[in-house]
Design a binder for this molecule. Structure first.
Ligand code: ADP
Ligand code: MG
Ligand code: ZN
Length: 557
């Protein structure tokens, strides 16, 4: 695996006192907390001391901390690097799989590569090229339409590459797709949740894949990590996998994590057992969750009033429930089916259903980006789930709203999808993958152009595509939640229409061009969006097909 270099200094030796002193001086501008974290990292992985100057912390999630560091090159130049320090409780195989995704698929087509990997005991640090990048929210409303087109093209290119290797990323969202606006550079990062397709070319995802499929509906925790990536040529990693597995076989299967504290998931407050493969967020099979998920009133408490463009509060309750269709349930869950359900077609869940075991299905990711088949726990999930997430990113870019959906749980997320794609359509699509969804209310599908133009504040009289429904297509009840977004009133620079008579001369109507091109969004954009947000994963557009879509006609895939 030529991408992973083991440095000569990748040995364990105690750091020198003066090394620490030097770091100390250079870090004087950092906050005390970050300084301490950097010191701890040097102590935990002392090999880093001689190679890198860790400058600052650039990311912190539940499962890793990412630092900016520099390394002195032979040429005398400094190279900037990103150091991802994984939490020591990460499963060794999970770490190895993340690293293998980077080494095998990375380094090309906007997929982040890897330079080195360091390990000492249970501490693993992945060293990647550093890509300086923008905060999505900061730039969202200053992007031109052309920049959005390029952004989507490059995201799809990255997805085509990883899907070609049989990698399902499972957490496609702006913070995992780095974008350097000035250099027009892009990088898909974070394979911490990735899973393999049945024919994946990533050896370690095969292991993860088959273990996932073996899961039963009872609590399912491997008792030992087999480290069965025997044929895998990731030196540092394999070592990490086996050594760490030897070291703490039982702690892995018993790890308790608290959810909802600033990690990727909001709102799940109970502590849950952590599944070993893939679902580092909450692939929960606990009974607490079972109750939560099966009876849920979906409250849409914050509605976006598109005419005033302000968030207003309006209570609307849509109740949804998903049930596996008989056949799919039999096939997938292995749960007792001889008792008679008394809740079908009601908005209650009977005791028979409450006592059913949870269907095993991967549920990793971030609720607002999850595809309908993920939200309804369809056991067979494909690369199509990443395409849905890309569609949600595109929806944010076209509407200027981020996050577009902000849901604390899966059924709320599903109800929010219905408000844009239609309840009947969602229910119909769910049938195709063996799920019955019940919804107390019928909400119509919205016209995507109308929706995006309203949310963005584009005066759609500037350009209206043929056959466009009038603005009433965006009903109050059907607006997405976008609570984090700054009020659009503050944005100022919106395209507007002027007529020549306003300017005081002839009768010809002249349209002022929006310099950002938002008055010229072609129908192809919304056609592609529609195909990415196809509720049915079987017909959803693939990355390969999307790159050939007329929306990108003058770009070379
Ligand atoms: P996590 O699993 O904790 O989400 P990520 O791999 O997504 O970890 O990294 C977290 C953040 O760190 C990213 O959102 C990004 O801001 C930053 N980051 C990660 N890798 C790089 C990199 N190679 N270059 C620059 N920044 C990076
Ligand atoms: Mg991430
Ligand atoms: Zn029932």
């Amino acid at each position: 695996m030529e991408a992973v270099f083991k440095l000569p200094c990748d040995e364990q030796h105690p750091p020198q006192a003066e090394d620490f002193q030097e770091k100390q001086d250079q870090n004087s501008k950092l906050s005390a907390g970050v300084k301490k974290d950097i010191e701890k990292l040097y102590e935990a992985v002392p090999q880093l001391v001689n190679v890198f100057k860790i400058k600052e912390k650039i990311g912190e999630g539940t499962f890793s901390s990412v630092y900016l560091a520099t390394a002195q090159l032979h040429t005398g130049n400094e190279e900037k690097l990103a150091l991802k320090h994984l939490i020591p409780t990460s499963h060794p195989l999970r770490i190895a799989a993340e690293l293998q995704c980077l080494t095998v698929a990375g380094g090309q087509d906007n997929v982040m590569g890897v330079k080195y990997c360091f390990r000492r005991n249970d501490h693993v640090v992945i060293v990647m090229p550093y890509l300086e990048h923008e905060s999505f929210l900061d730039i969202l409303n200053s992007l031109s339409f052309e920049e959005v087109r390029e952004y989507m093209f490059n995201l799809l290119k990255a997805l085509r590459r990883i899907h070609h290797f049989g990698i399902v990323h499972r957490d496609v969202k702006p913070s995992n797709f780095l974008y350097n606006r000035r250099l027009k550079e892009y990088a898909l990062v974070d394979f911490g949740l990735a899973q393999g397709t049945p024919d994946t070319k990533i050896e370690l995802l095969k292991a993860a894949h088959s273990e996932d499929q073996e899961g039963s509906c009872s609590q399912n925790y491997p008792t030992s990590a087999s480290g069965n990536g025997a044929s895998v040529s990731v030196p540092a990693t394999k070592q990490a996998a086996t050594k760490a597995a030897e070291k703490r076989p039982s702690s892995l299967s018993k790890t308790q994590i608290k959810q909802g504290r600033g990690g990727k998931e909001d709102s799940v407050q109970h502590s849950v057992q952590r599944s070993v493969f893939g679902e580092r967020n909450f692939n929960v099979y606990s009974s607490t969750y079972q109750e939560n998920s099966s009876t849920k009133l979906i409250k849409q408490s914050k509605m976006t009033d598109v005419s005033s463009r302000r968030l207003v509060t309006k209570k609307k309750i849509i109740s949804t429930k998903t049930v596996s269709n008989g056949a799919a349930r039999k096939a997938a869950s292995g749960c007792p089916l001889n008792l008679i359900c008394g809740c079908y077609a009601t908005d209650r869940v009977c005791s028979v259903c409450l006592s059913r075991c949870q269907q095993v299905a991967p549920r990793a990711g971030t609720p607002g980006f999850r595809a309908p088949e993920v939200l309804t726990k369809c056991p067979t999930q494909t690369t199509a789930i990443d395409m849905w997430s890309a569609g949600i990113v595109f929806l944010s870019l076209l509407s200027g709203r981020y996050p577009f959906y902000k849901a604390s749980d899966d059924l709320t997320a599903l109800a929010q999808i219905m408000t844009v794609r239609g309840s009947r359509e969602t229910i119909q699509a769910a049938k195709t993958f063996g799920k019955s969804v019940l919804c107390t209310q019928v909400v119509p599908a919205q016209n995507l152009r109308t929706l995006c133009e309203k949310l963005r504040g584009t005066n759609s009289s500037c350009k209206r595509s043929q056959g466009e429904a009038p603005s009433k297509a965006v009903s109050d009840s059907a607006s997405p939640l976008a609570a984090d977004k700054p009020c659009p009133e503050t944005l100022g620079k919106q395209p507007h229409c002027i007529t020549s008579s306003q300017e005081g001369d002839g009768a010809l109507e002249i349209k002022a061009a929006d310099p950002k091109g938002w008055d010229q969004v072609p129908d192809e954009a919304y056609d592609l969006l529609d195909k990415l947000l196809d509720l049915n994963p079987a017909t959803r557009i693939t990355a390969q097909e999307a790159l050939l879509h007329p929306f990108f006609k003058d770009m070379r895939p």
